[in-house]
Design a protein around this ligand. Structure first.
Ligand SMILES: [Zn+2]
Ligand SMILES: [Zn+2]
Length: 190
């Protein structure tokens, strides 16, 4: 019994860890560099800027096109782990959860009437983030609710100032030309 509970606990932690990883990536996409930055700008910043300007467009494109970048990245990490003989069940579970970030985000932008019953159920039970929770991120000043998988981490991370800490740490190194709200900080860098 104890062993079973330990596995359930680990799965719950991995789910939250996947949410945090997605949130960190999303925060970096929203904050660091610009659409002109080499590689990073074209692959991540540009689509993200379009999503912020026209959030509804996301569900107009095919779900696979929407998911390919994150699924390719997840597959790449798994292949590296395989090459180093470092694949564990925990890594596989984490990869499935992390890889689901974009699809869960997409569900939060889809009209509720078009969602499958079990997704609506998962959103109602707080297993997946719903549209109302995610919409806070799409509301001015767009600097909170970076996690898209669950509704559990955002309130905590926002309250403790986690993202403001990340900005203090990373902006002086990488620059954040798209964040004029940070311009008055002594450590701000274009
Ligand atoms: Zn965003
Ligand atoms: Zn969104």
């Amino acid at each position: 019994m104890i062993e079973f509970l330990t596995v359930i606990f680990q799965i719950a932690v991995l789910y939250l860890l996947a949410d945090l990883t997605g949130g960190l990536f999303h925060w970096a996409e929203d904050t660091l560099g610009s659409a002109d930055s080499p590689i990073w700008g074209r692959i991540f910043v540009q689509p993200n800027e379009i999503h912020h300007e026209r959030p509804g467009d996301m569900i107009k494109i095919h779900w696979l096109k929407n998911n390919i970048p994150i699924l390719s990245f997840t597959a790449f990490v798994l292949l590296v782990a395989l090459a180093f003989d470092a694949v564990t069940w925990q890594l596989l579970v984490f990869a499935v959860f992390a890889g689901a970030n974009q699809q869960v985000h997409r569900f939060a932008h889809a009209p509720r009437a078009r969602l499958p019953g079990f997704i609506k159920w998962a959103q109602r039970k707080g297993i997946m983030q719903d549209a109302r929770h995610h919409w806070v991120h799409h509301t001015d000043p767009h600097t909170s609710h970076y996690c898209v998988l669950t509704p559990w981490l955002n309130p905590v991370l926002d309250r403790v100032g986690f993202w403001r800490g990340m900005e203090r740490l990373c902006v002086p190194i990488f620059g954040a030309p798209r964040r004029p709200d940070l311009k008055d900080r002594s450590w701000y860098r274009e």
